[in-house]
Ligand binder design. Structure first.
Ligand code: ADP
Length: 537
């Protein structure tokens, strides 16, 4: 027997409703180049309706992908709503990727239209100019002085909005499983893979971030998402803010650490979130600032050093709180908090607890799988591959048919992380099985970097491993076997890579070695290589 409750789709127009009817006066403040842009949610909602009209005017079909190259701004927020609320798919793109990755991603997603901040256009123009399937390129003028190229596909965002016929009435997404947003993540074998969120997953995730035992986002908050809007929907924070009616502070291009700290002080930010590298870089700018408005600082996407968290507690009054997630998981799955089990522990222990990933949020489940396919106990000791399940977790990838290798037969996502879980459900990440390097919160694919290095005819073999780095968390180190000994230096390798991969992928350290250690089956043994290198250090 089915229940008799109303069958209403969990969809983003629900958030639109709240913006227009409940939170018209709540504000979005954006730092543009040389000026600050502030608008109430009521005005933003009006612009979202105009933007919906623009998409109609440009003839963007239902389900079409609308690519964005944008900083964290009010205009990007308008796209976050106008695109999915009109049954199109918002495709956020990381402009820091290499030209070949960007071309692949835009083509793979079959983006119909691109929206680009003018300051970003300068670095990516040659790439998008060559994307012939893109019918329109809408430039969002953020004050950058990059001259607009002569291309009939180019339009000005504000001019389109001013001329638009707004979409009035109810914005309707009939099926909550309708695709809403697409975000590519690094594949271990080189090719990025698209994670396709639906309305239901985004709404549930936004709701999860409001629980008091997670981030506790609320109407009285002023939320500053530092994590980019091109990276997993800025961890879902913009949608959560619209749902609960919090004010938003968008850093735009002002992302230097001292600028971030200054914005927290000036706008009395209460909640903010970024990766470890950002908080490490900002740590030197805290003295003499009044950051007492902060009630919760999330430091996610990687481990939190307890010493860094202590520094924040002592200077700002708030420790850093860790969270675990992936692009495939919307992303937040766990969040650190002090529970009743921690009663009686002193402040130092609390810092340690908050520096760990924490416990799973409601609606998500964790388990640990051993190599033999059995499940590991949650005893805080046994290690296994972390697998996750829930309505906010990917069940496959965009464009792939059949079951993905990343998903088990019984529908759990394999994360490629190795973890323990204690009897209170507390997660600890202890290792990684995927061959990726996380530098400053962004991925570098070892395999792709190796392929690029081996494209040099002077190179016989190359293996890339992650080495710990204070500032970036990890950096790639290349171990290279030359064809002819004595004729290739580390600098030659770095020089060869310039222009072939994004600048931040180029390893600072290149070791010239005699041989890459191999496994029994002849594959590179990264484990032995890492041991060899660490011993030499
Ligand atoms: P995000 O950077 O938003 O977490 P990605 O998909 O880029 O999303 O990266 C996910 C991966 O980052 C995880 O599989 C894990 O390897 C690593 N990671 C994320 N959060 C943590 C954390 N709190 N502690 C350790 N590693 C983490």
């Amino acid at each position: 027997m089915l229940g008799l409750m109303q069958d209403r789709p969990l969809s983003l127009p629900m958030l639109m409703n709240r913006m227009e009817n409940q939170y018209r006066d709540k504000t979005v403040t954006t730092e543009q180049i040389g000026y600050v842009m502030t608008a109430g949610y009521g005005e933003v909602a009006t612009r979202i309706r105009a933007l919906a009209g623009v998409l109609d005017h440009l003839g963007v079909p239902r389900d079409a992908r609308v690519g964005t190259f944008g900083w964290n701004t009010q205009r990007h927020l308008e796209l976050y709503m106008a695109v999915p609320c009109t049954n199109r798919v918002l495709h956020t793109i990381n402009h820091r990727l290499s030209a070949s990755q960007l071309t692949f991603i835009v083509n793979d997603a079959e983006d119909d239209v691109l929206f680009v901040d003018r300051s970003i256009l300068a670095s990516i123009w040659p790439v998008i100019e060559a994307c012939e399937r893109v019918r329109h390129i809408v430039v969002m003028d953020d004050g950058a002085d990059f001259p607009l190229p002569d291309d009939p596909r180019i339009h000005d965002y504000e001019a389109l909005l001013a001329a638009a016929v707004p979409v009035d009435g109810i914005l309707e997404v009939a099926d909550e499983r309708t695709a809403a947003a697409l975000c590519y993540t690094s594949g271990t074998t080189g090719r990025p893979k698209g994670v396709l969120y639906d309305h239901r997953s985004i709404v549930l995730h936004a709701l999860m971030l409001q629980l008091v035992d997670s981030f506790g986002l609320r109407e009285s908050d002023t939320i500053m998402p530092v994590v980019p809007m091109f990276h997993v929907n800025a961890w879902g924070l913009p949608y959560a803010a619209l749902m609960c009616g919090a004010d938003l502070v968008m850093p735009g291009t002002s992302t230097r650490p001292e600028q971030l700290v200054e914005q927290i002080e000036r706008h009395r930010v209460t909640f903010t979130a970024a990766v470890t590298t950002v908080w490490r870089d900002a740590a030197g700018f805290l003295d003499g600032r009044d950051l007492s408005s902060l009630r919760h600082i999330v430091c996610g996407g990687g481990a939190v050093p307890v010493s860094l968290s202590r520094h924040y507690r002592d200077t700002v009054g708030q420790p850093l709180r860790n969270a675990w997630g992936m692009t495939e998981t919307s992303p937040v799955v766990t969040s650190a908090r002090i529970t009743t089990a921690d009663r009686g522990l002193d402040d130092e222990h609390h810092l340690e607890v908050l520096a760990g990933p924490g416990t799973a949020l409601p609606l998500t489940e964790l388990r640990l799988m051993l190599d033999d396919g059995s499940l590991a106990p949650h005893d805080g000791q046994a290690r296994g591959e972390l697998q996750v399940a829930g309505p906010t977790i990917a069940g496959g990838y965009f464009g792939q048919t059949g079951r993905s290798e990343a998903v088990t037969e019984d529908g759990w996502l394999r994360t490629g992380d190795v973890a323990t879980i204690d009897p209170h459900g507390r997660l600890r990440i202890v290792d990684r099985t995927k061959d990726l390097i996380k530098s400053g919160g962004e991925w570098i694919s070892s395999v792709e970097l190796e392929n690029e290095i081996m494209a040099d005819s002077r190179v016989a073999e190359a293996a890339v491993i992650a080495v710990p780095n204070d500032r970036w968390g990890e950096r790639p180190m290349a171990c290279v076997v030359p064809v002819a000994h004595g004729e290739l230096t580390g600098d030659d390798v770095r020089e060869f890579l310039r222009g072939r991969v994004a600048g931040w992928w180029i390893p600072e350290e290149v070791r010239i070695i005699d041989e890459v250690p191999k496994t029994a089956t002849g594959k590179f043994s990264k484990v032995s290589l890492r041991e060899m290198v660490l011993q030499e250090n």
